[in-house]
Write a protein that binds this ligand. Structure first.
Ligand SMILES: Cc1ncc(COP(=O)(O)O)c(C=O)c1O
Length: 412
């Protein structure tokens, strides 16, 4: 990796090995290049969860005994950590969910759909994950509203000019957009989208799933109305994530799950709800998950300077080297990769590429990556994706390239 521009020199001296040693699973000698699907968890996260179960386990907000108080303190402490992480005005603006998918569904069906009526429009972007596309299809269905799509430029960025011209004041109610594409790899100009949408009187939900591990989330700077993310894509546990929403919006949001712990009072025939965020957290919560998520956030926050630039440089380098190979087509904008590269190999199915790589101990994702509408726009059914984290080494790019070459030799 020579001849790098100034910004990339920050990666010099970054010790990926020291990071890697914190991940027991990586002792298996796997080149884990499937971080965009799920990252691995450092000891700090595993220990925090283990400690919760060994020392503090109890239901939260309902037990008067000391373990109940400790578990509640851990859970609400985790909420405060998430709130600080995303720049929320208060911990009460954070709803714990099972992940991004659950968070998007809560925002869509708890709030947005009540604002969408006949003749209204909702926009999604052409690069959305199914999690931020299908719920909006369902939300417009049956109410006489229309789903519109922000198209891509030939370079693979969102075409904001088309979006600007297509926005209909008073008719466009919601815009749903990913912070970072899980296929194309670039950061979207979410701020510009939010400004345009707000000027037209619409609100914006941002899917932060692919951003939080690598970029500093700040909901005020992004300018969105709701922000969703998953813990497991940022070194935290599976089954936990969060929805951030401004307090006044959460106050108007309907619960999606009804039952214990989300109520203020239950009478025979009707009930009233607890304040947000508790009204959205019915039933026994994933407390160990929340504790693990908070530990992961602290771990990300304490990463050495240069970690994010290092990851971006791995992605840039992998994309550049893949693009040099005959028969390989790299997808997405040339500049501004955050952490991943998707590509196709002429004459070789993506699954075959992934299988050959797996035989060489290199784990990548292959398939439609839950972005079928985007795949169709790219004219493909599937692609291969290599995605990076601070524990990956430049040598793993070499192994990736050798595996791709081996797949080409085998299948073409
Ligand atoms: C951009 C994006 N949005 C949403 C999701 C869904 O996240 P989860 O499965 O954790 O709900 C993913 C996961 O791949 C993603 O990459």
């Amino acid at each position: 990796m020579s001849g790098r521009p100034e910004t990339e020199r920050k990666t010099d001296g970054f010790d990926a090995g020291a990071i890697r040693r914190q991940f027991a699973i990586l002792n298996r000698e796997i080149a884990w290049l499937d971080n965009a699907a799920t990252t691995q968890r450092p000891e700090a996260v595993l220990k925090a969860m283990d400690q919760f179960y060994r020392q503090h386990n109890a239901n939260v907000r309902r037990s008067v005994h000391r373990l109940g108080a400790e578990a509640t303190a851990a859970y609400e402490g985790a909420r405060a950590t998430v709130a600080r992480f995303v720049g929320a005005a208060a911990p009460e603006e954070i709803v714990f969910t099972a992940g991004t998918t659950a968070a998007v569904n809560l925002a869509t069906f708890g709030f947005a759909r009540w604002e969408i009526g006949p003749g209204d429009e909702v926009w999604v972007s052409a690069l959305e994950h199914h999690s931020n596309w299908v719920p909006w299809q369902q939300a417009v269905k049956g109410v006489g509203a229309t789903l519109k799509v922000i198209p891509l430029t030939p370079e693979g960025r969102l075409d904001l000019e088309v979006f600007r011209k297509g926005l209909a004041a008073h008719r466009t109610k919601w815009v749903a957009v990913a912070w970072v594409s899980n296929v194309l790899g670039a950061e979207n100009d979410v701020r510009a989208i939010c400004d345009l949408a707000h000027a037209a009187g619409a609100r914006v939900l941002v899917d932060g799933a692919q951003g939080v591990a690598h970029l500093q989330p700040d909901v005020a700077a992004l300018g969105c109305d709701f922000f969703a993310f998953s813990g497991h894509k940022a070194y935290g546990p599976m089954g936990i994530g969060a929805l951030w929403g401004r307090r006044e919006l959460l106050e108007q949001t309907e619960p999606l799950l009804y039952g214990g712990e989300m109520i203020a009072r239950v009478d025979d025939l009707k009930s009233t709800w607890a304040e947000p965020p508790y009204r959205f957290e019915a039933g026994t919560q994933n407390v160990a998950g929340a504790v693990g998520l908070a530990a992961a956030i602290e771990w990300v926050r304490d990463l050495p300077a240069g970690a994010h630039a290092y990851v971006a440089e791995l992605a840039r380098e992998a994309a550049a080297r893949l693009a040099e190979r005959p028969g390989v087509r790299v997808w997405g904008p040339a500049e501004g990769r955050v952490s991943l590269v998707s590509f196709s190999v002429a004459g070789v199915h993506a699954h075959d590429v992934a299988q050959v790589l797996d035989g060489r101990g290199v784990a990548v994702r292959a398939g439609h990556m839950c972005a079928q509408p985007l795949m169709r726009r790219l004219g493909i059914e599937s692609a291969v994706r290599a995605s990076f984290a601070p524990y990956n080494a430049p040598d793993e790019i070499r192994r990736l390239l050798e595996g791709v070459q081996a797949a080409q030799e085998l299948f073409t």
